[in-house]
Ligand binder design. Structure first.
Ligand SMILES: NC(=O)c1ccc[n+]([C@@H]2O[C@H](COP(=O)([O-])OP(=O)(O)OC[C@H]3O[C@@H](n4cnc5c(N)ncnc54)[C@H](OP(=O)(O)O)[C@@H]3O)[C@@H](O)[C@H]2O)c1
Length: 282
């Protein structure tokens, strides 16, 4: 049985869906089962919180593989708690959602958090596969509010290009790693198939909703102010601004062919991602 964490989120949700479609036995570890909504369906659900080790043994019991998403807090400890519980339960293989920054921008805070999370999983002694994606296409969902209210997106990203990756493709690599042999001990760097600036992504969203949109390049101070207003924690704001500065500098945008090698097909384009998510911007 495969235990899936982060099942109410972007990548874990797609992993859960694809494992169910593939007929694999799954259990979702969630903090609040109600948040699974329609995804809940007939699947087994266990209540657990990665920040509370005492909640994890029952959730991991009987699992032989696990997909780990660590988000929204102290990533190394969440990963460590999960990996230790996995080890106690006799899990044989962990696939961890990490970040391309680990290898591409090792000095930024986000990379430090993920590197430490990876180290905690490796230290558990359970076989592992690290998925290291670059920026998600789903990051643009954070633009939905200003698109709806002002027909504009305000970001400090200049004209630098990123390679947005579809969460379903990250999930497909996770499913492959969890259900076929030969992925243990591998670190998979994953990027989307095309390089796009924020302005180009905004134009594509505009075309999809049939409304011209503006991309407004803003200063780092203005971006910080917006994040403070949105009540993001200070440490996370600093880490995001550091990541934005890295994107602006144009570093870390080398394409990786790993996704194609693992899946035997190209990754989905931003337009293909939009087909599924266009409603969020309307
Ligand atoms: N965004 C990017 O461009 C990017 C790029 C590379 C790597 N990453 C990494 O990808 C991860 C985020 O993936 P995502 O977008 O799929 O996340 P997401 O959509 O934000 O979902 C996060 C999931 O984690 C769950 N969660 C949070 N805290 C938890 C806890 N203490 N115990 C159990 N579950 C908990 C949430 O459950 P609830 O429903 O209970 O909140 C939710 O299901 C992060 O590690 C991030 O650094 C992101």
């Amino acid at each position: 049985m495969i235990l899936v964490t982060g099942a109410t989120g972007n990548v874990g949700g797609a992993v859960l869906e694809q494992l169910v479609d593939a007929g694999q036995p799954v259990r979702a570890l969630v903090r609040d089962p109600a948040r699974l909504g329609a995804r809940g369906g007939d699947i087994a659900v266990a209540k657990g919180d990665l920040s509370k080790p005492e909640t994890l043994d029952a959730a991991f019991a009987g699992a032989d593989r696990a997909f780990l998403v660590c988000a929204g807090g102290d990533l190394p400890n969440l990963a460590g708690n999960a990996a230790d519980a996995a080890k106690r339960a006799g899990v044989k293989h962990i696939v961890l959602l990490s970040s391309s920054s680990v290898a591409r921008a090792p000095d930024v805070q986000i990379a430090r958090w993920h590197r430490e999370a990876e180290a905690r999983v490796k230290a558990s002694g359970v076989a592992w596969t690290m998925l290291r994606p670059g920026g998600f296409a789903s990051n643009t969902l954070r633009w939905a509010a200003s698109i709806k209210a002002q027909g504009a997106v305000f970001q400090p990203l200049g004209d630098a290009r990123t390679r947005p990756i579809d969460e379903r493709d990250i999930a497909a690599v996770a499913v492959k790693a969890l259900t076929s042999p030969g992925h243990e001990g591998k670190e998979y760097e994953l990027t989307g198939p095309e390089a796009l600036s924020a302005a180009e992504q905004v134009a594509k969203i505009g075309a999809a909703i049939g409304r011209p949109l503006r991309y407004v390049d803003v200063s780092e101070d203005a971006a910080r102010e917006a994040m403070v207003k949105a009540k993001l924690p200070e440490g996370f704001i600093r880490a995001l601004l550091e990541a934005f500065a890295l994107i602006r500098s144009g570093k870390g945008e080398e394409p990786s062919s790993t996704l194609e090698q693992v899946l035997g097909r190209r990754g989905r384009t931003f337009d293909e991602w939009l087909e599924r998510h266009v409603k969020a911007f309307q």
